[in-house]
Design a protein around this ligand. Structure first.
Ligand code: AMP
Length: 270
């Protein structure tokens, strides 16, 4: 495994290489990331994993500061997986070049996390644009756990580059809680609560299939869950899988939710 730190390293390593798969991450790697990396290793000749905690996508400085960092453990995980290249750029390497496009989130996309984390997805698209330009991957592997991110990045990147976005299944712990780097920040008590809340939502989704007034029921559920688990919900909404519009058709939709538990924000979808 080669460690690449800057554009020179990248150019030297990837200059004559084709069939590149790319897994962008913010580190603190877990089995969710590992499943993306294994898929990439299986499908591509060369695998590049990046670890870059992108300050531009944090709408809150405190959140950026407390985001878990664990580079030593990450490198040992990546080494064991036998990936070809790990890209560890600093902010200057990613952002030194002037961008000639102005990224905006349209009104119709200003929903779910975009509505509650102002500027977040502009930061995500900005960094994905820059990393794709630098690495020129054939395929980019991204998780369904961050479904809105996947949707926005796919639309953005596939319009501008030859790279294809590969959608990867959400990996969960044995209690069905989606794995997330932010889970490392949760004390046991809150981790337990998050698992219970997740199962409550799974059962709710099953019942929803037989119901008509979905909007009213999800609103009621959000209040109920906030009280039981003492969490602060941003949203609990049924939206179409393809276009993310509000939907009454549970079969072709996903139930999206985001909430903060002891000031840690978690998101998921079923
Ligand atoms: P992050 O490091 O949180 O920015 O995530 C990097 C990539 O891993 C993103 O494409 C995420 O959607 C994906 N990812 C994060 N958690 C999971 C999970 N539990 N299952 C599958 N993919 C995940």
């Amino acid at each position: 495994m080669k460690i690449l730190l800057n554009k020179n390293d990248l150019n030297e390593a990837l200059n004559k290489v084709s069939n590149i798969g790319f897994v962008p991450t913010m580190g603190s790697l877990h089995k969710g990331h590992i499943s993306l990396i294994k898929k990439c290793l299986n499908e591509c000749k060369y695998t590049v994993v990046s670890i870059f905690i992108n300050p531009q996508q944090f709408n809150n400085k405190k959140d950026y500061k407390k985001y878990p960092r664990n580079i030593k453990k990450d490198l040992s995980i990546l080494k064991k997986l036998k990936i070809d290249f790990v890209f560890l750029p600093d902010e200057k390497t990613v952002y030194s070049e002037k961008s000639n496009i102005k990224i905006q989130i349209s009104k119709k996309n200003n929903i779910l996390c975009a509505k509650f984390r102002k500027g977040h997805f502009v930061g995500v698209l900005e960094v994905m644009d820059r990393l794709t330009k630098l690495i020129k991957p054939n395929k980019i592997y991204m998780g369904e756990k961050d479904y809105q991110q996947l949707h926005l990045v796919k639309n953005f990147i596939e319009k501008r580059y030859k790279s294809k976005i590969i959608q990867c299944k959400t990996i969960r712990d044995k209690y069905k809680l989606a794995l997330s780097s932010r889970n490392f920040l949760l004390k046991k008590k809150y981790l337990k609560k998050a698992r219970h809340l997740t199962n409550n939502i799974i059962n709710f989704k099953k019942k929803l299939k037989r119901e008509k007034n979905i909007k009213k029921l999800t609103e009621k559920k959000m209040i109920e869950l906030s009280k039981i688990y003492r969490v602060k919900f941003d949203y609990l909404e049924v939206r179409d899988k393809k276009n993310l519009r509000l939907s009454k058709e549970v079969k072709t939709s996903k139930l999206f939710f985001a909430y903060s538990i002891n000031n840690i924000r978690l998101i998921d979808n079923f």
